[in-house]
Design a protein around this ligand. Structure first.
Ligand SMILES: Nc1ncnc2c1ncn2[C@@H]1O[C@H](COP(=O)(O)OP(=O)(O)O)[C@@H](O)[C@H]1O
Ligand code: SF4
Ligand SMILES: [Mg+2]
Length: 401
């Protein structure tokens, strides 16, 4: 039998067909994103009242000329109140695209949330029809709790949440600080924007408090410009800025990756300290299992746009089930490794995100694979009240969920 020719390119005709299909879908999704909608269209309810965030079956795609990149392909995980949830996985597995979807920072028209829910328990000031906070008879601004499905919010409504109730700390702070304003001006702005009736003096006092909270002496830094600070100091400022809005959820995406090792340890200590001081949750995204082990209460393991295992930090570290999670832990450098021990590397590559197979995405790299693994993609199996794994090895252990 002649060997089937594998094609490594797309013909002009194929590219035109992809572009046409993409254009139609992007137009539909952009219109949905920019629509005017009554609040009732994006009001929702939590499945579990103990959660602050519930991501369910989220699909976020990029419509490129080569085809549709399914960067986030049916992701579900929760962030409970006052907890740290760590999301881990190799580079490119969809960790950031998930968190950018929560913040609604996915760049359209190419990038789009295509399906799924992002339920967030919001606590905001009571507002009038124009969106202005309303004071009660005593002149106080009251708050109210509502659950919003962020995935269904028109984009112009996201200001109710982004930067205020959910704040984000990015990998590279210089890109999120404005180079032409002082640290003090940028910090004050957060309070002036988000606290009704805030004066300049109140904002400055709050900014100085936040700087102290992140271990900075305000007198030295309040009037400084971002370029005058070191990378570690800028990251502290970013954390102060995130805290200034008193968010219910902080998303920290690789917050220490761009820093050198000693500074990384200091920033982690700081996050650890803040975790105990704030009345909120942290979603911590990293490819570093050591960071997760130190900080997280719950762990979500992602692979090629999907969650393949999730559980408490104890379950994931003491009783990992998915061959990928087991491999990840073996590939983690440890202090006890002597010089001539080779680091374990999971062999093989992640499949091309444009042409995902219909079977388990880890199959080509998996040493435990059986005949069943060539069949359907494995469903989520519950192996304890808090531990879930998507792998056929556990199909008999419990009912699929
Ligand atoms: N703007 C974009 N256009 C096309 N593909 C993208 C874009 N942004 C991200 N992706 C793809 O989405 C996938 C997930 O990326 P990301 O969430 O950034 O990974 P990570 O887990 O490292 O944070 C990757 O395959 C990446 O190439
Ligand atoms: S489903 Fe099969 S191929 Fe996939 S991780 Fe489990 S054992 Fe390996
Ligand atoms: Mg990332």
């Amino acid at each position: 039998m002649a060997k089937e020719k594998t094609k490594n390119y797309l013909s002009g005709k194929e590219i035109r067909a992809i572009s046409k299909a993409n254009a139609k879908e992007m137009k539909r999704l952009e219109a949905y994103k920019n629509r005017k909608a009554d609040e009732s269209e994006f009001l929702s309810a939590m499945k579990d009242d103990e959660n602050i965030l519930e991501i369910e079956d989220l699909h976020t795609f990029f419509f490129t000329e080569q085809g549709v990149v399914k960067a986030v392909n049916g992701v579900s995980y929760n962030v409970p109140k006052n907890a740290v949830v760590g999301v881990v996985g190799e580079s490119g597995c969809g960790k950031s695209v998930t968190s950018m979807s929560v913040m609604r920072l996915i760049q359209g028209p190419t990038g789009q949330i295509v399906d799924g829910s992002i339920r967030f328990k919001s606590s905001d000031y009571k507002r009038d029809k124009k969106g202005n906070p309303v004071a009660n008879a005593n002149g106080e601004f009251e708050t109210e709790e509502k659950v919003y499905d962020i995935a269904k919010m028109p984009i112009h409504e996201i200001h109710r949440i982004r930067g205020k109730q959910i704040a984000m700390i990015f990998q590279e702070p210089m890109t999120s600080l404005n180079p032409v304003f002082t640290i003090g001006q940028q910090l004050d702005e957060v309070t002036l924007l988000h606290v009704p009736g805030a004066t300049k003096e109140m904002a400055k006092a709050k900014s100085e408090d936040m700087l102290r909270l992140v271990g900075i002496i305000p007198e030295n830094v309040y009037g400084a410009f971002p370029h005058e600070l070191s990378g570690g100091m800028r990251q502290r400022v970013m954390i102060a800025m995130a805290l200034a809005a008193e968010p219910r959820l902080i998303i920290a995406d690789e917050p220490t990756t761009a820093l050198d090792v000693t500074i990384q340890a200091q920033i982690l200590d700081l996050l650890q300290d803040i975790k105990n001081k704030i009345d909120g949750s942290i979603l911590l995204i990293t490819h570093d299992l050591g960071v997760i082990a130190e900080m997280a209460d719950y762990v979500v393991v992602m692979y090629a746009g999907k969650v393949i295992e999730k559980g408490t930090v104890f379950e994931i570290f003491q009783d990992p089930r998915h061959p990928y999670t087991i491999g990840l832990q073996k590939s983690k450098p440890t202090m006890t490794l002597d010089d001539n021990t080779e680091l374990y590397n999971i062999p093989g590559n992640v499949p091309n995100p444009i042409n995902m197979p219909s079977h388990c995405y880890f199959k080509e790299r998996c040493a435990k694979c059986t005949a069943k693994c060539s069949g359907e993609y494995p469903g989520m199996v519950q192996v304890s009240p808090t531990h879930f794994v998507a792998c056929h090895l556990y199909d008999e252990e419990s009912n699929n969920v």
